[in-house]
Design a protein around this ligand. Structure first.
Ligand code: MN
Length: 244
């Protein structure tokens, strides 16, 4: 099982969640929301080979942490994974739009300079400008659009641009989300939880909730759960073999 987008450092007991995930054999890509959180969060993966850490600057924090972009540039050589990055178009963050765009352009430029990275990308209410930013930085790496809520047409555009998607419990909770997931190419999908932000059955998700996601994908694809899990595992290997 794979949780390609989780915030281990934001749980009340990060060590406990990391230990449980490792014991359950769940591979976790642990996001960070600021470059300064990277070193501490990466320690959760020490001695736990299935836990990898991504270097990020969350769009909701971009306006407060522009000074950490220099740290981002120093750390980006140390990791294959970058996230959480992206843009948030919610009304609450409308005033920070310019700093968000500046930070994302800087990050994508920095990733291009080091030969490309695997990117976990937030695009809530901002699919259009996110796709434009990625199109403008074709050497930044392979983007995995997390918790994608765009239209079917935007999803097709993302696929044409070579992007991937990570699917979590909230996307599968609505009919609209399930219909969108059903249209996505099976070989471009990964599973995620976005815990502890996202919830499942009214409690914060933990990495083990990818089981529920895998079961729902199996239902959508009309295959067995083992086959769905094997598909996601194969996708993960394929993504890692791409060299970014
Ligand atoms: Mn997240």
């Amino acid at each position: 099982m794979i949780d390609f987008h989780c915030h281990l450092d934001l749980y009340p007991d990060p060590e406990g969640v990391a230990r449980e995930a490792q014991a359950a054999g769940i591979a976790v890509l642990s996001m960070t929301t600021t470059p300064s959180a990277f070193a501490g969060t990466a320690e959760l993966g020490v001695g736990r080979p299935m836990i990898k850490t991504a270097l990020g600057l969350h769009p909701e924090l971009a306006h407060q942490r522009a000074h950490e972009l220099a740290l981002f540039d120093r750390l980006v050589a140390d990791t294959r994974f970058v996230g959480e990055i992206g843009l948030d178009g919610s009304p609450r963050f409308a005033a920070t739009r310019t700093s968000q765009l500046d930070a994302l352009a800087h990050i994508l430029g920095s990733c291009s300079d080091v030969g490309g990275r695997v990117l976990s990308v937030h695009s809530r209410g901002a699919v259009r400008p996110v796709l434009d930013a990625l199109r403008g930085h074709p050497l930044a790496g392979t983007a995995v659009l997390h918790w994608f809520t765009g239209t079917a047409r935007q999803a097709s555009e993302a696929v044409e641009l070579g992007h991937w998607f990570s699917i979590g419990p909230p996307m599968l909770a609505s009919m609209k989300g399930r219909e969108l997931v059903a249209r996505l190419p099976r070989d471009r999908l990964l599973t995620e939880t976005d815990g502890p932000f996202a919830t499942n059955d009214g409690r914060p998700c933990t990495p083990s909730d990818v089981m529920v996601v895998t079961e729902q994908l199996a239902r959508i694809w009309q295959v067995g759960v083992a086959e769905a899990a094997a598909q996601i595992g194969k996708n993960m290997s394929g993504l890692l073999a791409m060299g970014t």
